[in-house]
Design a protein around this ligand. Structure first.
Ligand SMILES: [Zn+2]
Length: 276
């Protein structure tokens, strides 16, 4: 059993024919569920269309930092309306990208803060994209109450190494920071989500993170159509390829592939409140 906790089945990189073919292969694969993620209002609506069509598909809605300039009262209201759909399970992807967006940092920060506030108001999980802004991302999340006692009180605690631990339902998608920061995040109640880089030949840091973080605080993802894992690196990514991510996490945790897949799927079901 497998879970893809961050993918973009809705993106226009996939033609309608490809999307239908992907849906068919996902239905026949080991994948239990995927979270189809929007990056603006249009793609968020498209993610909901997919979720309405396919029982194994759920959606996340939000405005990516690359589209921070589109964040205004109207688009935020639109996201809020979309978030009311029963198959929408998170606000995301939201965050900071100072690799591509060096010129509009202030705009990105504002858009990020507003969407964390929205997720808090709606008591929903948050899906984070962060690039070249690791510490600031944590600071803003903390300032906006993403790890507050109040928020942690909305979600039942999770078991880590047999101990009850806070769960703030904050997913660090395609986490690329240090193992130390990852552990700090987990302590605050965040969940570390790993994709293709953990399989890359130069993915030493991602592997260190995978090894350091308890399995109960990990999620598996693809970020398809991007970031295809080894041995398929360079191809267009697809949700079934999450298998390679799970195989690597299993290896690093000295666990069987089946057991790792089962635990990561359970983590995903808990995190996104998928009860079936
Ligand atoms: Zn993404």
């Amino acid at each position: 059993m497998l879970f893809d906790a961050h993918t973009h089945l809705n993106f226009e990189e996939f033609s309608e024919d490809e999307r239908a073919e992907l849906a068919r292969t996902i239905s026949e694969s080991d994948l239990a569920f995927i979270i189809d993620v929007g990056d603006n209002t249009a793609s968020s609506s498209k993610a909901i269309e997919d979720a309405e069509k396919y029982p194994w598909c759920y959606a996340a809605v939000g405005i990516h930092p690359q589209h921070a300039n589109s964040v205004c009262d109207e688009t935020l209201l639109e996201i809020e309306k979309l978030a009311a759909h029963p198959k929408v399970k998170a606000i995301g992807e939201i965050g900071l990208d100072f690799y591509y967006g060096k010129d509009n940092k202030e705009e990105q920060i504002e858009a990020f803060r507003k969407q964390i506030r929205l997720a808090n108001r709606l008591r929903m999980p948050i899906m984070i994209h962060t690039r070249d802004a690791n510490q600031l991302t944590m600071d803003i999340l903390t300032e906006e109450g993403a790890f507050s006692e109040e928020r942690i009180g909305w979600f039942p605690p999770r078991l880590i190494d047999g101990k009850e631990s806070p769960d703030a339902r904050v997913q660090l998608h395609c986490y690329s920071g240090s193992p130390e920061l990852a552990l700090e995040y987990v302590k605050k109640g965040a969940t570390i989500s790993l994709g293709g880089p953990v399989t890359f030949k130069n993915g030493r840091k991602a592997m260190e993170v995978a090894r350091a973080v308890p399995i109960e605080a990990l999620l598996s993802e693809t970020d398809a159509p991007y970031m295809a894992p080894e041995p398929l690196r360079g191809r267009q990514n697809r949700s079934e390829y999450v298998e390679h991510v799970v195989r690597r996490i299993a290896l690093l945790h000295n666990m069987s592939f089946e057991e790792t897949g089962r635990i990561l799927t359970e983590n995903g079901k808990r995190f996104f409140e998928i009860d079936e």
